[in-house]
Ligand binder design. Structure first.
Ligand code: ADP
Ligand code: MG
Length: 403
């Protein structure tokens, strides 16, 4: 039996908020374009928590987020000011942008703000102490508030000052979005609909082997594509030429393949692939059947083939639950989007409860206009994978337990 990790954390719904200064950690790591927020999904998802805190009488809500990778110094292009403006529009209420993360001026801004105010601190990663989880920064953040609320599930796998350190100084509880993530993703592990079909693709293969291992013990089907499938195929001796794969992982992949033969879970590899010489829209393609599975020299497999797509679609049609991470091909470039789109349509048509996680699969669904067809979209990438792997997420572990 695999050790099951259960989180039972206090949320904003179980603590006194009235008159409290609340430090709310969110994931407003949104794409910017020309100084404007290009996609405000992540901001919208936190609105219920902000509104809840204000409705329950929090005296100040001090919002903190990271944005991009400024590397511990001020990078003006990564300022959260455009986010403050968008948040203000979405809430229909003023948001006070603060120019720093901690320090006397920030404390002063918090004190000077009228009760019921919303403040947005500057990008946490402008401070080197954030990613170092420095006690100074953690203390500085804690001094701003009476209560810490973590609603940044996507950052919960990182032990930073604003996700872990700060909780050493003031009480810490989960926000509504965090609670929803933990409940829904937890249900995938605790009580999944059957058959449970897991679809795994994408490029970052080494990050995902732990998830393969985990799901082999509990899923009914594991359907692979993208670099993930290529790595298995290469490990099993197929010639994939210039395809994306991690041959260094061959031994691990072979072990997982062996393991799958004795597990309840059927691990499926593609029965065909779409290959091209150039990763370009309109470049000639070939369908490679497996076996023999030989990609011509200098060509690369860029998508699962039509027979694989059909097979995966028919398995999904009979699923009780589908969990998906990682696109099955280079969906950004036509026609290599077809496998990913075909599987996405199968999920849309199926009665299965569907959960997706990871930045690129979310982008793919958006591109196909199918975002609303999945039942739950996790805001996490790395955090979601670690959660499914059964690893403890430090940003959740430090929250107060519900007794
Ligand atoms: P996610 O963010 O959903 O977890 P990853 O970041 O691991 O996914 O991988 C996403 C990337 O994988 C996409 O940019 C996609 O183009 C790429 N990809 C998928 N299949 C292939 C393939 N066969 N060859 C090269 N790249 C691929
Ligand atoms: Mg990605």
């Amino acid at each position: 039996m695999v050790k099951r990790l259960r989180y039972d954390k206090l949320t904003v719904e179980q603590v006194e908020l009235s008159g409290k200064r609340v430090l709310l950690r969110v994931d407003f790591n949104v794409p910017l374009k020309g100084g404007q927020v290009a996609d405000d999904t992540r901001i919208r998802l936190v609105l219920p928590t902000i509104q809840y805190l204000l409705a329950r009488g929090a005296s100040r809500v001090i919002i903190a987020s990271h944005l991009g990778r400024p590397g511990g110094k001020v990078v003006p292009e990564l300022s959260l000011h455009p986010v403050a403006r968008r948040l203000e529009t979405l809430l229909g209420q003023p948001v006070i942008p603060v120019d720093r993360v901690v320090g006397p001026a920030v404390k002063e801004a918090v004190t000077a703000a009228p009760p019921g105010s919303l403040l947005l601190l500057e990008n946490l990663r402008f401070e080197a102490g954030e990613e170092e989880n420095s006690p100074e920064l953690s203390k500085g953040l804690a001094e701003l508030a009476d209560l810490f609320v973590n609603d940044a599930f996507g950052a919960a796998h990182r032990a930073h000052a604003s996700t872990v350190g700060v909780a050493g100084y003031i009480p810490a509880v989960a926000g509504l979005l965090m609670e929803r993530e933990v409940k829904t993703l937890g249900r995938c592990l605790e009580n999944p609909g059957r058959p449970l079909v897991v679809v795994l693709g994408g490029a970052k293969i080494s990050d995902k082997l732990g998830v393969v291992n985990r799901f082999l013990t509990m899923a009914d089907y594991l359907l692979t594509g993208g670099g993930m499938a290529n790595t298995f195929l290469v490990a099993l001796g197929y010639e994939l030429a210039a395809s994306l794969a991690e041959p260094d992982l061959a031994a691990v992949a072979r072990e997982l393949w062996e393991h799958s033969r004795h597990s309840r879970c059927r691990l499926l590899l593609p029965v065909d692939l779409v290959a091209a010489r150039e990763l370009q829209s309109g470049s000639p393609t070939r369908v490679i059947t497996i076996p023999p599975g030989t990609v011509p020299a200098k060509w690369r497999a860029l998508d699962i083939g039509p027979a694989t797509t059909e097979e995966y679609a028919s398995i999904i049609a009979g699923a009780g639950m589908v969990i998906w991470n990682g696109p099955l091909g280079v969906f950004e470039t036509e026609p290599f989007h077809r496998g990913t789109e075909g599987v996405a349509r199968a999920i849309a048509d199926s009665k299965a409860y569907s959960v997706v996680g990871g930045g690129d699969i979310v982008a793919a669904l958006k591109k196909f206009n199918l975002s609303s067809q999945v039942d739950f979209t996790s805001t996490g990438g790395g955090a979601t994978l670690k959660f499914w792997e059964g690893r403890e997420l430090p940003g959740i572990a430090i929250l107060k337990d519900r007794h």
